[in-house]
Design a protein. Sequence first.
Length: 430
Amino acid sequence: WPRTARRRDGALTVGGADVRDLASEFGTPLYVLDEDDFRQRAREYAQAFADGSVHYAGKAFLSGAVVKWLHEEGLGLDVCSGGELALALAVGFPAEKITLHGNNKSADELVQALEAGVGHIVLDSFEEIARLGFHAERLGVRPKVMLRVTTGVEAHTHEFIATAHDDQKFGFSRNSGAALEAVRRVIALDQLDLVGLHSHIGSQIFEPDGFEVAAHRLAELLVKIKEEHGVVLPELDLGGGFGISYLAGDEPIDAKIMADNLRRIVAKECLSYDLPVPHLTVEPGRAIVGPGGITVYEVGTIKDVEGIRTYVSVDGGMSDNLRTALYGAEYTAALVSRESAAAPMLCRIVGKHCESGDIVVRDLWLPEDIAPGDLVAVAATGAYCRSMASNYNFLPKPAVVAVRDGKGRVIVRRETPADLLRLDAEVGER
Ligand code: LLP
């Protein structure tokens, strides 16, 4: 739950605002984002990596307000599409603090990034090296680039496993020699300024071990690059993936400890090869925006499937949170509009979509007097929920409200049915 979450008069308050008031003012389903929680986590990362850089991964959730908060808290930003880049630039985020990612950036996106003067472009394929070189020369600019390297480490929650290098759409494989070949090609192009290597090993990681293996393999590459080309690349980007608590038992590593671990690991690996310690960048998304977000739903139909469980239907579902259906993600939720002393019963929170897989929370205990009109909130939905939302079944996407000092303020407006109809060629404006 967000750091400012409290119970007042039986109801949940976040950022001092009562969720009942938020629901009646802004409607449901509603994404609520605790601004102080977001800012604090952003600041903690910025401070923990003060000698490096923290680039928030915009894919987790992006809005103009969030971009401004990031800037105020001193973070950089990762974008992976022209749309994310356009939003950041539209609210005045400094281009030099932006990194552009993506395995299939279009020529337009590359040109957009070059014209804006983004700080880094992470190259992901041989084609892209040539394409970026071509456009950089044409525009008379020399962008800083990094190469995304597939280190063969894929992290899964608590453990990590080596994956088949060829079976990946991202980056240059270190094993096959593609990474070194990419270095050769970039160095051969005067228009591109190769400053470092990038690696992202996965998401929702709790242990530093996977990063250790990745850093080791990147350091080996840095040595080879030094031997072959006589250049020492000054930067290393270890990507994101720091885990958060979705369920009571999850114990995320705090930013400071993670930073100390990563710094120690990188220093050890580089020094063992007599390399200077590179400037370290990390790209947390979930760890900054995830915990401070909740989704508030209104309960509708309640169906007791005799002897099995009770299905509690809410007014959203897989269109506003795809993660349960897509990954089997687990969440916790609670009745938030009142206190109840009723006995707990095993429930499943489901959405209103036409799929039996439309599950928001698979198993949880809710008071047996739960009733239509009650509000339930799902915790830790700040990351990858609004950003992965769809209009399945023609549901308009919910609003995002930021709360602080007892007040809610819309930072992303709710879509309306008219918004959806407007896109239809038979109905909307022609
Ligand atoms: N950097 C790169 C290059 C990435 O690909 C990602 C996530 C991140 C940073 C941020 O990772 P984070 O710190 O947020 O874990 N939709 C999935 C997560 C996909 C993440 C893809 N890349 C989910 O809902 O769990």
